[in-house]
Design a protein around this ligand. Structure first.
Ligand SMILES: NC(=O)c1ccc[n+]([C@@H]2O[C@H](COP(=O)([O-])OP(=O)(O)OC[C@H]3O[C@@H](n4cnc5c(N)ncnc54)[C@H](OP(=O)(O)O)[C@@H]3O)[C@@H](O)[C@H]2O)c1
Length: 286
């Protein structure tokens, strides 16, 4: 249902691709087996879903070769109204209809609630999901940025459960490792989708002491495990975790996507994995 790596399209509007260039980019990662693409109703101005849909219009046969993930539940600020979360039935249905229209497709493979809504009514979400499933508009459902408790509550109301929780996972912010969410995902046997694996690019550019320390260990490990770049080491580090995260790639450069896909062949020992952990924490294990 989800490919081992996923191509993220949050930054598509920044890539300034023509529909033909976008189509070539999609084809380049599909050829590598990266068939799942990640979107959200709120990504980009102009809308990334629309830009992607414009590329799909050129070659409609591509739709059957990819799985489209999109998200709903965030309402952006407009003059006089604050940004907020809204996972009411009406908000979900309206959001999915708009996503489908922009993408030029009649179904999403997976729909995620983008952020936990503190006012969420799990039964109302289940009702919306059930309607979308019955109407053939969405095949599977999941969440993003949910705690284990939020995920457990939502899953308990759904007939087919959730298929993923999309979370921030990288060697820069390690809090998630101690939150229990990765263990919960293993317990219910679903895999996390990992966003901002490279810290949104900060791993290459930040001059902070922590990032310099991390970069130096990642470089050292690249030599040891046969990686050609530090991003490959990060993907190997993520995939070493028993929850088997599915990295979402954020680059718009086909070469970087190809390089990331090659990291599947890399392996890392316990000692090497903990060296990255220690570099991030700034101390060894207690
Ligand atoms: N659910 C959520 O709340 C949530 C939140 C954030 C993101 N996401 C999803 O996760 C996806 C990935 O997130 P992300 O874009 O933050 O991922 P990321 O991989 O951490 O960051 C991507 C950025 O890093 C740069 N980069 C990649 N490789 C590089 C290299 N070798 N050298 C220098 N710069 C490099 C890219 O620039 P180039 O394009 O120039 O390579 C791009 O600007 C998004 O597209 C979105 O689908 C979900």
């Amino acid at each position: 249902m989800l490919s081992s790596f996923i191509q993220g399209y949050w930054r598509l509007a920044e890539w300034k691709m023509s529909p033909q260039q976008c189509l070539s980019f999609i084809k380049s990662h599909v050829e590598l087996g990266i068939t799942t693409v990640d979107h959200a109703h709120i990504y980009g101005d102009p809308s990334c879903e629309s830009l992607f849909g414009d590329a799909l219009k050129i070659d409609r046969s591509l739709r059957d070769r990819i799985e489209i993930v999109s998200k709903c539940g965030i309402t952006l600020a407009i003059p006089g109204k604050a940004a907020h979360y809204n996972s009411s039935k009406q908000s979900i249905l309206t959001s999915v209809e708009a996503s489908l229209r922009r993408l030029g497709t009649d179904y999403l493979d997976i729909l995620l609630i983008h952020r936990p809504d503190f006012l969420m009514d799990a039964e109302e979400i289940a009702d919306a999901f059930s309607q979308l499933k019955q109407q053939g508009m969405v095949k599977y459902f999941g969440a993003s940025n949910f705690t284990s408790a939020q995920l457990s509550l939502l899953g308990s109301r759904l007939d087919q459960g959730v298929v993923t929780n999309q979370i921030e996972l990288n060697p820069i912010s390690l809090d998630v490792l101690e939150s229990g969410v990765l263990e919960y995902l293993q317990e219910i046997q679903i895999r996390p989708m990992a966003w901002s694996c490279l810290g949104g690019g900060a791993i290459f550019t930040s001059k902070s002491e922590k990032m310099q320390r991390l970069r130096s260990v990642l470089q050292e490990l690249a030599g040891e495990i046969g990686a050609t770049s530090i991003d490959q080491v990060i993907y190997a580090w993520l995939m070493r975790m028993p929850s088997k995260p599915l990295p979402i790639l954020g680059s718009g450069k086909a070469q970087r996507t190809q390089s990331a896909a090659r990291s599947v062949a890399l392996s890392m020992s316990h000692e090497q994995w903990y060296r990255v952990w220690s570099a991030s924490k700034g101390h060894g294990v207690p």
